[in-house]
Write a protein that binds this ligand. Structure first.
Ligand code: DX5
Ligand code: ZN
Length: 233
């Protein structure tokens, strides 16, 4: 199935537009190209790439070489989620590899504002990420300087976990702060996302949905994509 590709830049700029970014973590690691092709064949233009260091989270995944290879092969918007103790040291290699968006966690100790600024100076969009147990207040001072906020809806590290309902109030708080301060950034959720939890997150203000397991293991991906792009209908 070939469908018209959507303009990635317009998607990023248009907050009314729902974005669905399949997570490559749940793809076929011996055939990553096949998994990326499936994303394109379903008319999608974003691919979420999870980068883990075995320290910040207890797992290892992809590096800059994977991002560079995907960049060479596919016209996808590469949404790179860095789960690293020292993300500031890795933004340049990932930007040079061709990431379109680089998201960094708030929890490790580094200069967050400078790193977010550097990501933009490297020509990428930036995002700040918070874990389920991290208070919303920790990211609020940075929200004038971001293109995206990623609220983790599971503890990061592994796919296939259950959605945490207690993260929904974070979405409400961040969405209210965005409106109250006339800010523009995307509000993304990641972890345990399926058609049902996406609808819940949408009701609480999310506009960008990451899903690995529920997409790649779906028997009817076409219906899944249609439903997740119209959450709650
Ligand atoms: C978890 C990753 C997620 C993961 C989500 O640490 O950040 O992107 O792929 O997987 P699912 O959709 O299976 O919960
Ligand atoms: Zn992720």
């Amino acid at each position: 199935m070939e469908t018209d590709q959507i303009d990635n830049r317009t998607l990023m700029e248009n907050p009314q537009e729902i974005i669905f970014a399949p997570s490559l973590l749940a793809g076929n690691h011996a055939h990553l190209a096949k998994s990326a092709r499936e994303v394109i064949d379903h008319g999608l233009s974003w691919l979420h790439v999870d980068v883990m260091d075995g320290h910040f989270v207890p797992n290892l995944t992809f590096g800059p070489a994977t991002v560079a290879a995907l960049r060479d092969e596919f016209p996808l918007f590469l949404d790179v989620h860095l789960m690293l103790d020292n993300p500031d040291r890795f933004i340049k290699p990932f930007a040079e590899a061709g990431a379109d968006l680089i998201s960094v966690h708030i929890e490790p100790d580094y200069d967050h504002r400078t790193t977010l600024k550097n990501i933009r100076e490297l020509g990428c969009r930036n995002g700040i990420v918070l874990n389920p147990d991290t208070p919303v207040e920790s990211v609020l001072p940075l929200l004038d300087a971001v293109d995206l906020v990623l609220v983790m809806t599971v503890e990061p590290g592994f796919g296939g976990q259950s959605f945490r309902e207690d993260t929904l109030s974070k979405l409400t708080d961040i969405a209210a702060f965005r409106t109250g301060n006339d800010l523009r950034f995307r509000l993304e959720v990641d972890g345990g996302i399926n058609v049902k939890t996406a609808a819940e997150c949408r009701r609480h203000g999310a506009d960008t949905f990451v899903a690995g397991t529920s997409f790649f293991l779906s028997d009817d991906k076409k219906a899944f994509v249609r439903e997740i792009l119209n959450p709650g209908d």
